[in-house]
Design a protein around this ligand. Structure first.
Ligand code: GCU
Length: 139
């Protein structure tokens, strides 16, 4: 089995933003360019068939400005933390940050919600790790 599942930002529910593909280096078919506004972001439906528990979530993003673009990380409606998305040097330079979150068994939502008037960074994808006990043994 896969050791992670990718959720492309462009396939998540977008609040105040659009899907674009004009900055190279994204995965999938594009990325989400949220509006430069508080409340812009994405909500991804994340299924977790295995037992509830901690999972690592990697967020791939680009911020071509030199200003931090903070967003709340909200899991199942609960704000876990505020993430400071630093500048990556260019809109075509993508970076990733990884966080541990607790997921329920079954359906979950992971939302990223901009908390400054600059909005968030451009968002490429969420990569959610499968629990270790579902990974294939390495021979
Ligand atoms: C530029 C860039 C966009 C980005 C935007 C922003 O317009 O091309 O991809 O989203 O800046 O500042 O958020």
């Amino acid at each position: 089995p896969q050791s992670f599942v990718d959720y492309q930002a462009e396939n998540c529910t977008i609040t105040l933003g659009v899907v674009e593909s004009n900055h190279a280096g994204f995965t999938g078919t594009g990325f989400v360019n949220g509006d430069n506004a508080v409340g812009a972001g994405i909500t991804c439906s994340v299924s977790n068939a295995a037992a509830a528990g901690p999972r690592s979530v990697e967020i791939r993003f680009a911020n071509g400005t030199t200003t931090v673009r903070p967003m709340d990380l909200i899991v199942n409606g609960v704000t876990v933390q505020n993430i400071a998305f630093q500048g990556t040097g260019a809109w075509t330079t993508w970076a990733a940050l990884t966080f541990n979150v607790n997921l329920n068994s079954g359906a979950n939502t992971i939302r990223l919600n901009a908390t400054s008037v600059n909005g968030g960074p451009n968002l490429d994808r969420l990569r959610v790790a499968a629990p270790a006990d579902t990974q294939a043994p390495t021979a």
